[in-house]
Design a protein around this ligand. Structure first.
Ligand SMILES: [Zn+2]
Length: 242
């Protein structure tokens, strides 16, 4: 069983390396997805800010139109002052001029307030555009990197699978099947070490008689009664040295 355990340990080492490659790929893709989501959100925010700035610009145009109309009314009324016939007419025209002047002033105030809000929106818009451009550049760079990395990961995993294939014939097929089955159910670990009667796979105590058999090195492999992982008492290399 020492030889079998040595091979199983080697197989598990290779399997864990393959798993690490897969996790690296998953993490990379998750980060890229996250960046893509953020980019989408920023672009939506840019669109919303642009629409708000556009709405304010339309309001500025309306205010400008009111200012122009009031100005026209004032100059028209001022001309009429030259041909005024009586006090009643004078009062009426003066009242109209005052009203038009007031409306022009209000229009100007409104326009200034709107302009301040537009410049505020434009500031926020520029900041968002800058950050979105940076994110887009990162996204493009990482997407290109992913293509290269995928090939490298695939090659590395294939070469590891090949070395697994090369050694797996050294153990009994039923033992390999058992290892593979447990590995698939137990987070990638089919083999676990036992230290001080504790399975290092699930960290529960194993019965003393199993531990004794493990230490003795029986012909059959022992399994953890809790997590079912195949067990070894020491590292196979240590066993070999005994
Ligand atoms: Zn266990």
């Amino acid at each position: 069983m020492i030889e079998t355990l040595k091979v199983l340990e080697e197989i598990q080492r290779i399997d864990l390396e393959i798993k690490a490659i897969e996790e690296q790929e998953k993490e990379f893709i998750a980060n890229l997805d996250q960046l893509g989501t953020e980019l989408k959100e920023e672009n939506a925010a840019i669109e919303a800010l642009g629409a708000e700035a556009g709405g304010l610009a339309a309001q500025i145009k309306e205010a400008e139109e009111r200012i122009r109309e009031s100005g026209e009314r004032v100059s028209k009324d001022e001309k009429r002052l030259n041909s005024v016939k009586n006090d009643r007419e004078l009062n009426a025209i003066t009242k109209e001029i005052n009203g038009a002047n007031k409306s022009r002033k209000q229009g100007e105030q409104e326009k200034n307030q709107l302009a301040a809000r537009v410049s505020e929106k434009e500031g926020a818009l520029n900041a968002k555009k800058e950050s979105a451009a940076q994110k887009q550049a990162d996204f493009d760079r990482l997407s290109a990197e992913l293509v290269e990395k995928r090939n490298a990961w695939k090659e590395a995993a294939q070469s590891k699978l090949k070395s697994k294939d090369d050694i797996k014939s050294k153990i009994r097929p039923d033992i390999l099947r058992k290892y593979e089955m447990i590995r698939s159910k137990r987070g990638g670990l089919g083999l676990a070490q036992v230290k001080n009667e504790i399975c290092q796979g699930c960290f529960t105590h194993i019965p003393p008689q199993v531990y004794i058999m493990l230490k003795r090195g029986t012909e059959e492999l022992q399994s953890c009664p809790h997590c079912h992982r195949l067990l070894y008492a020491e590292t196979p290399r240590e066993l070999e040295a005994v």
